[in-house]
Write a protein that binds this ligand. Sequence first.
Ligand code: SF4
Length: 247
Amino acid sequence: MVNALIQLSAEKAANDGRRFKYETGATTAVFRFGSLARAAYCPRQYYYAERDGDDEPPPEARTRRDLAFRYPELREASDGELAAEPIERSPTGYRAALDGLAARDDWDELVAPSRREVLLAGRKCRGVAHKILAGDPPTPTFVSPGRPPERGVWRPQRVRAVAMAKALAWEQEREIPRALVEYPAHGVVRRVRLTTRNRAAYRETVRTLRELDGPPPRVDDEAKCAACDYREECGVRTRSLRSLLGL
Ligand code: SF4
């Protein structure tokens, strides 16, 4: 199946000019950061997306990501100006969140990163780091258009963060012990350290992709399926979000 996907991807890339999803054979495949994150969410969703060449974020995601490059301006913005932005907090709450970010040691680099939109090519994975903050060592960041969990970072984004750190480590031939995930619509920045747990999640995802041989089984997670664009094709019956939330 992986070989079939490689061929399918090559044909699609040749047809529409996109990059190859895989650069080599199954055992030495190089996976995109986005593919790893999707597979960490649900391997079956990854399978559908690869088949359909569905790897473009929606336009609204770009608008939200752009917020991460405008923190100082947004911190000074009026209530009316913030009301016109795709932020997920009240203007007062959002400015307070940015004030909190401004107290971070890496604030100067967060607002004026040394490198932006950097294509990283690692041994097993490649993709774009939205920022690379200068430092010893440097820190790659992923800018999420979504919302953060109560604490920490969602698992697919932890897998992506590890992938980014590993690719940067490969490029710079040094250890990169952490990455950041920014949630600019909420004014939140979270750290992902390359702990044993996070490395294991990354390795497990890479292994899952390498061993893919046909459509993977469905995940047993109704909340995930309710948010999945493939739920009808997948044949999953989900309750409405209201009922999931007990409303
Ligand atoms: S509906 Fe659920 S099981 Fe099916 S692809 Fe989506 S997340 Fe995976």
